[in-house]
Design a protein around this ligand. Structure first.
Ligand code: M6R
Length: 611
């Protein structure tokens, strides 16, 4: 949560910082601000609310900032102190000689604040960050360099953070450090960059250095130096990121969410590429773990990634006949979990930096489990904590509500299920290969789903116009799909939405049903189809308007539903993909109909880096 950027180099500092913040806004949008070195002083410019407010303010400055070469920027998700001008970052220390931007939490800030107040320092914000600005400023005023001041202050801080600072006394320099929260350095020519994530700098550079936990960094126009926490210089290899700038642009779409929904065929194609051949044989040797030694799987994740985990459980249990437990990471971390070295813990995280998922990984490591990270972000924190990594190759996901990363996570878990099944020999090879060939069809079946749906989803919006809540029902594999559909709808339309196993309805939630509580039913195929239809019928009898996600031409669904969102006939392994697409589009159109910002829903941030 919160995004930070830093720049040292040419007279395009404001442009680079603002572009970077634009690409980091998914991390929080309660306020935004810049601290710029100019004319022997630091100018702080902040605005409450989304970045566009700051953009407007800068536009009103008529280019007077065009000569600025060094600065830092911040986009905020409020933790300490409400969203306000005073609480917006950057925070200034001393008499404004130092400015600091921060992502994370300083846990011992109250003691430090008290101590500073005891020395006569007055605070202008309610944030934890401001203590850092004053502590650094005190040291700078006492004659220390900005870097050494930061090193000294870091030793006093408890918590997690990525921090960047500029000082009046060191023009052309930005100093930064990280503990737990992410930070990357972008390498340019005659300019260098800092950011919370590589996406911030795509279009500026593709060459990055990861800052390791505890390290301190100093950038200037033509130098980048990295130091250990005790001040020793270290050499760091750079790496290239293949994503291009277009991947973080809207490219003709109104919103990132719609763009990302339509990118799903490509995301699935890249995720499967090279991991399953035309004969349906899976190759996950990149994992580098001996899968035949595994006798139990635990999946840890949050939110949408947790739902992907539930779908992974279905696939692994069915194909590999291995027991799988799926646990919400924030619960797992404190649950004193049980396991041993034959337990495979699969930690799923699009961002690779969700605090609870990282803590769950540490909990798993404490009992010797082998940890496999499934993430969309190369070089992210989780990749450094895990024994092995499987990247989802969905490309950068900007919208807070996850769509393409979700289907890519499910695809990776299904590949893993096939690989585990292969190593255990519980299903005849011929059968496994057939299922594998089915999985290869994922991109084209999702494409077909998008075409088949056409404008049907927009028609469904009417059903939600006077809804006060909604229920998403499914059984078997359709149940996690329903859960994910309900999460999508509630997070971007703010309509209370429950995902429930259809067979469990009569044990409580059916009490919600009336004409103001539409039911979205994922009908599914196989064993539970008829049962689901009967469960849904019971809601119709109680006045519910039903929207059914069902195979195109499913007469049973057409009979009971007010509207069917059709999906193409597809192998069972593809059901989670084809059935999720209509639900994503449904959430999108309901939210748009309500005039809401689908990419930046209220109160949320994409990377949840606090507990
Ligand atoms: O980056 P992660 O996959 O670890 O994020 C986990 C959740 O915060 C995330 O999936 C969240 O639920 C999304 N907003 C859902 O759309």
């Amino acid at each position: 949560m919160c995004g930070i950027v830093g720049y040292a180099g040419k007279e395009r500092c404001v442009e680079v910082l603002m572009k970077g913040l634009g690409h980091l806004e998914y991390r929080g949008y309660d306020s935004a601000g810049l601290a710029l070195q100019r004319d022997g002083r630091i100018e702080r410019i902040t605005e409450v609310g989304q970045l566009e407010n700051l953009t407007r303010t800068l536009a009103g400055r008529n280019g007077d900032l065009s000569l600025v070469r060094t600065g830092v920027g911040h986009t905020r998700w409020a933790t300490h102190g409400r969203p306000s001008e005073e609480n917006a970052h950057p925070h200034l220390g001393g008499d404004g000689r130092v400015a600091v931007v921060h992502n994370g939490i300083i846990e011992n800030f109250s003691e430090l604040k008290e101590e500073l107040e005891g020395r006569g320092v007055s605070f202008r914000s309610e944030t934890d960050t401001e203590v850092m600005a004053h502590l650094i400023a005190e040291r700078v005023e006492a004659g220390e360099s900005l870097r050494l001041a930061l090193v000294g202050v870091l030793q006093r801080l408890e918590g997690s953070f990525a921090v960047a600072a500029v000082s009046v006394d060191e023009p052309g320099k930005v100093v930064a450090a990280r503990r737990q929260s992410p930070l990357v350095i972008g390498l340019g020519e005659g300019e260098n960059f800092l950011a919370s994530a590589v996406q911030a700098l795509l279009g500026e550079t593709n060459e990055f250095i990861l800052v390791e936990n505890g390290e301190i960094v100093e950038i200037a126009d033509s130098s980048v130096e990295v130091f250990t926490s005790s001040g020793e210089p270290v050499e760091r290899e750079s790496f290239e990121v293949e994503w291009d700038a277009e991947a973080v642009e809207l490219g003709g779409y109104d919103d990132y969410m719609l763009k990302e929904i339509h990118e799903q065929p490509a995301a699935l194609g890249s995720t499967l590429l090279g991991r399953i051949d035309t004969g349906g044989v899976v190759d996950l040797s990149e994992v580098g773990l001996d899968l035949s030694e595994i006798d139990r799987v635990v999946v840890v994740a949050c939110g949408t990634a947790y739902h992907a985990g539930l779908l992974g459980k279905h696939a692994i249990e069915k194909l590999a006949r291995l027991p799988v437990e799926v646990v919400i990471a924030s619960e797992y971390r404190y649950a004193d979990p049980i396991g041993d070295s034959r337990t495979l813990v699969v930690a799923i995280s699009q961002s690779g930096e969700t605090t609870d998922t990282l803590a769950a990984v540490q909990a798993a490591r404490s009992f010797g489990a082998r940890v496999l990270a499934v993430t969309n972000t190369k070089g992210s924190l989780i990749t450094r904590e895990a024994d092995a990594v499987l990247l989802t190759r969905a490309g950068p996901e900007i919208c807070v509500a996850s769509t393409k990363a979700f289907v890519a996570q499910v695809a990776v878990l299904e590949l893993l299920a096939l690989a585990l099944a292969g190593s255990r020999g519980v299903i005849p090879d011929r059968e496994l290969r057939e299922i594998g060939r089915g999985l290869r069809l994922a991109p084209e079946k999702v494409e077909e789903t998008l075409e088949l749906l056409g404008n049907r989803v927009e028609e469904a919006v009417e059903v939600f116009e006077d809804a006060r809540c909604s229920l998403f029902l499914g059984r078997g594999i359709s149940y996690p799909v329903a859960l994910e559909g309900a999460l999508k709808l509630k997070e971007i339309s703010y309509l209370p939405s429950e995902g429930y196993p259809a067979g469990e309805m009569k044990h409580g939630p059916i009490a919600l049903v009336d004409e103001h509580c539409p039911v979205v039913a994922v009908i599914g195929e196989g064993l539970v189809r008829e049962k689901t239809l009967s469960n849904v019928e019971e809601t119709v009898a109680r006045g519910a308007s039903v929207i059914a996600v069902a195979r195109d031409g499913d007469k049973g669904a057409e009979r009971i539903a007010r509207l069917v969102l059709p999906v193409p006939e597809a192998p069972e392994i593809l059901a989670p993909f084809v059935c999720s697409v209509p639900l994503q589009l449904l959430a999108y159109h309901v939210a748009k109909d309500r005039g809401l910002d689908v990419d930046k829903p209220r109160n949320l941030a994409k990377s949840v880096t606090v507990e």
